[in-house]
Design a protein around this ligand. Sequence first.
Ligand code: SAM
Ligand code: ZN
Ligand code: ZN
Ligand code: ZN
Ligand code: ZN
Ligand code: ZN
Ligand code: ZN
Length: 475
Amino acid sequence: MENVGEVEVIIPGDEERNAPQCPHGPAVLFQVKSGKRFYACSACRDRKYCSFFQWESEKVSEERLHAREEQNRLKKPLFTHTQYCRRFREFVSLPLDQRRFCVDCQLLLLPDEWSAHASHRALSDDITVARLRRPSLLLRALENKKSNAQYLFADRSCHFLLDVLSGLGYRKVLCVGTPRLHELIKIRSTEDKTRAMKSLLLDIDFRYSQFYPQDEFCHYNMFNHHFFDGKEAVEVFMDFLTERDGNKVVMVTDPPFGGLVKLLGHTFSNISHTWRRLQGNDSGGSQMPIIWIFPYFFEPRILDCFPAFTMLDYQVDYDNHPLYKQGTTGRKQSPVRLFTNLSPRDVVLPEEEGYRFCSVCKRYVSAENRHCDVCNACTSKNGRPWRHCAECGRCVKPSWRHCSPCGRCVLPDHRCGQTGCYNCGDPGHKHKACPLKHKKTVQSVKGESRHDSNERTAKKRKNKNAHRNKKKKVT
Ligand SMILES: C[S@@+](CC[C@H](N)C(=O)[O-])C[C@H]1O[C@@H](n2cnc3c(N)ncnc32)[C@H](O)[C@@H]1O
Ligand SMILES: [Zn+2]
Ligand SMILES: [Zn+2]
Ligand SMILES: [Zn+2]
Ligand SMILES: [Zn+2]
Ligand SMILES: [Zn+2]
Ligand SMILES: [Zn+2]
């Protein structure tokens, strides 16, 4: 398992859904280069957080199955969602001076539980109803980098998203991994009842069950489309997706950036299919409106899953991200963008932040994203002005220079001629001789850094585009 190198995800057909279960629901089938297959956790890429592993062909003893079931049981939340709701009602009926939140256990405490948490850090001042409406401020943001870093939207980005969606007439938002957006929708809807929107949050962070009733939150895993509370939760989800009285639904998702795109794509198409089925004849074969928030260098992978999506230039800001937050020294540019099947011209980006409309591309673009007449597009991906390279036949980052020996634009200080194959990274051959060249891209699971492999895939696609452009010019 440790030295598996590149590994491919196998998406099961509906008929073969008998994967073993880890605490995060059905495990995912992966395939090693040699063809051998194994099951591993869908949600945690780090074995430290979920060590589930089983070869596909492995016979698991009764004893191990029991131990596994016991493990799964132990990992369950302390209370059921129904119990959490009852506790919440009791909590808000308490006078202010009896409201306590255990910081260590991340739990709203009832008075008869105080003694059991006596040695824990507690928060006891002013847990008002207003504060309870903002659980994302009360809860500690999860920090597990590989699978569950909880980067919360800055107000600027959150309000922007909501203004766009409400302006486009959406009345229901399916929030997949966007607790702060969910929270803001609810707050806004109590403040302005005329433009009220509904929201359903699907998130793996069950701490939110303490604050929201069953029709507003489902404990959910977006990597295997698993509802932890079974049939009841699925019904809530289906009911939410059903549009009645012209109340249109849109989905907004901001998955952890380390997640496997292929699995996410599979889940989101699944949700979209369910939506279409539920609208019956009314959907007219249309797609469920989706906004998928993810870094720009994942564009090729997202377009592989959803070719009709467009990446918009809007830079999403986070409150608690060390790199992407707007700071006093000026904002480091966030690499996070919106990928969507909404019509790009309808998503008006704020002029006061410098975005402008490109009438050729028919979308709003960053201030410095110039329209390239040769590519016939606003080509910058990172918000900085890109430069057209005639030899490559495409626009490139401004810091890159064309290198003749390498036959492409590269960073000036690259190890010329020694970089090997930029398709697979092997120093022993050039990309033209790459044995993996025609193989479908795999997103590695272990071994190399995710970012490196993303960059490489992005390069591959850019190269493909360059070829296409060259061909165009010839004909
Ligand atoms: C990058 S954060 C996005 C938060 C969002 N920016 C906000 O402010 O509302 C990722 C979110 O996805 C959730 N998440 C992580 N892994 C998940 C999984 N496997 N299934 C469902 N949700 C998950 C996290 O709990 C977190 O809320
Ligand atoms: Zn797991
Ligand atoms: Zn405690
Ligand atoms: Zn343009
Ligand atoms: Zn160009
Ligand atoms: Zn070049
Ligand atoms: Zn070179």
